[in-house]
Design a protein around this ligand. Structure first.
Ligand SMILES: CC(C)(COP(=O)(O)OP(=O)(O)OC[C@H]1O[C@@H](n2cnc3c(N)ncnc32)[C@H](O)[C@@H]1OP(=O)(O)O)[C@@H](O)C(=O)NCCC(=O)NCCS
Length: 193
């Protein structure tokens, strides 16, 4: 079990991998991934990925990711291609604020355009869900997706999340969000479905 006394989490050790995807902390060798993410039409809007990109801003992004761990707010990990260690995206786990309590955490993710549709996001979220529900004090993981964001919704559904309902005008005026969650138990095959 990871230390759960104060509901903090540590980077999973050993790192989470299924042989195709590996989750690990961000490093300075990952600036190319951050640079590509900064040029995406969607990713910077919902994240702190810098626009415009510079190496200094890329390094600051990495520091912000690492700060989640030191501040106890959660974890931000790079999604990497396990065959070559190339960073292709990000997966964050952030504790919700009270009164939900620290047994509730939200997940968020992105994958750079050049690495999409290869299953990286689905595999990464599956790994994180199984680890978080088995090895931390987290008992509910939740995620919000825009109703029209089909890839994101498919990622969540493939990782065992269930749709709970639509939060109207939640992401902005007239911009709805679909709430998904996953809770234990996790069946013996390791997939929370
Ligand atoms: C959502 C996102 C992370 C998916 O990453 P990915 O690595 O390409 O996802 P996967 O390869 O695991 O594919 C997930 C599913 O979406 C489907 N999919 C991917 N891109 C699609 C597209 N453009 N149109 C329709 N379906 C798509 C895949 O076929 C797959 O479904 P399947 O398992 O039924 O075949 C990526 O598109 C992204 O970063 N988008 C911008 C940021 C974003 O929307 N983040 C989520 C915020 S809630």
């Amino acid at each position: 079990m990871q230390p759960v006394g104060d509901s903090r989490v540590e980077y999973p050790a050993p790192t989470l991998s299924d042989g195709i995807v590996r989750l690990r902390s961000w490093g300075l060798s990952d600036l190319e991934c951050i640079e590509e993410a900064s040029r995406d039409p969607v990713i910077p809007g919902g994240t702190s990925v810098p626009v415009p990109y510079s190496d200094a801003e890329g390094r600051a992004f990495i520091e912000r990711c690492r700060a989640h761990l030191t501040n106890g707010t959660g974890l931000a990990q790079a999604i990497t291609d396990a065959t070559c260690d190339r960073a292709v995206g990000q997966l964050v786990l952030l504790f919700r604020h009270p009164p939900a309590g620290r047994h509730v955490a939200g997940v968020g993710y992105w994958v750079i355009e050049s690495a999409r549709r290869r299953g990286f996001a689905t595999r990464a979220v599956r790994l994180l869900v199984n680890w978080a529900l088995q090895h931390t004090s987290i008992r509910r993981l939740e995620a919000l997706a825009e109703p029209e964001n089909v890839p994101s919704r498919r990622v969540l559904e493939a990782a065992g999340f269930q749709e709970e309902g639509v939060l109207r005008s939640y992401l902005g005026v007239d911009s709805d969000a679909v709430m998904y969650s996953v809770i234990p138990p996790i069946p013996a095959d390791g997939n929370p479905l």
